[in-house]
Design a protein around this ligand. Structure first.
Ligand code: HEC
Length: 152
């Protein structure tokens, strides 16, 4: 028979194991080494579709900003950049966030925040916008070099 003390120790051990699992997942996410040398982040099919949808939206935003700069339409630059900026981060589902490796999360979040900064450059003209956008796209390139996605 288990006495109360054994039971409470067991409960604490189980709780710690659970907390440790969550902590490890938070830092490492769910990943495996991919054949091309990158780290593949393992997601459900729906989560992968969500991330790739966000990606295509970001590409469309970059296209829209470049074209708006060419037309010297700074209002559109600001509008397009703000729409994909920090406001967009709130749309990422929490369970998906938990599956992302820490570096991926940081780069992904920074990337959206950087669009806010592109929007802020609109009042300084096209060159300032393109300079900031060029810097922002260093993050796109860096993340694509490190990570791929895999549906489980
Ligand atoms: C935090 C990491 C990260 C950042 C930052 C990031 N991407 Fe991605 N992106 C990925 C991953 C991972 C994939 C999937 C690649 C794969 O599986 O080979 C992807 C895929 C894409 C795709 C393909 C979408 C599809 O439907 O297949 C596009 C387009 C794209 N990204 C554009 C961008 C642009 C533009 C930026 C910057 C404004 C950007 N990404 C920033 C991680 C990132």
């Amino acid at each position: 028979m288990m006495n109360a003390k054994t039971l409470s120790i067991l409960a604490i051990v189980l709780w710690l194991a659970g907390a440790a699992t969550v902590a490890v997942m938070y830092v490492g996410g769910k990943t495996e080494q991919a054949s091309d040398g990158r780290v593949a982040v393992i997601l459900s099919e729906a989560e992968r579709d969500f991330v790739l949808g966000e990606m295509r939206q970001m590409l469309a935003s970059v296209q829209g900003i470049v074209s708006a700069v060419a037309e010297e339409d700074m209002n559109s630059v600001e509008k397009i950049a703000l729409a994909i900026g920090s406001a967009e981060v709130r749309n990422v589902p929490k369970p998906l966030m938990l599956k992302l490796p820490r570096d991926f999360k940081i780069m992904g979040t920074d990337n959206h925040l950087e669009f806010d900064e592109v929007a802020a450059q609109a009042k300084h003209g096209g060159k300032a916008v393109l300079e900031r956008l060029g810097d922002l796209m260093v993050t796109c390139v860096a993340c694509h070099e490190s990570y791929s996605l895999k549906a489980e």
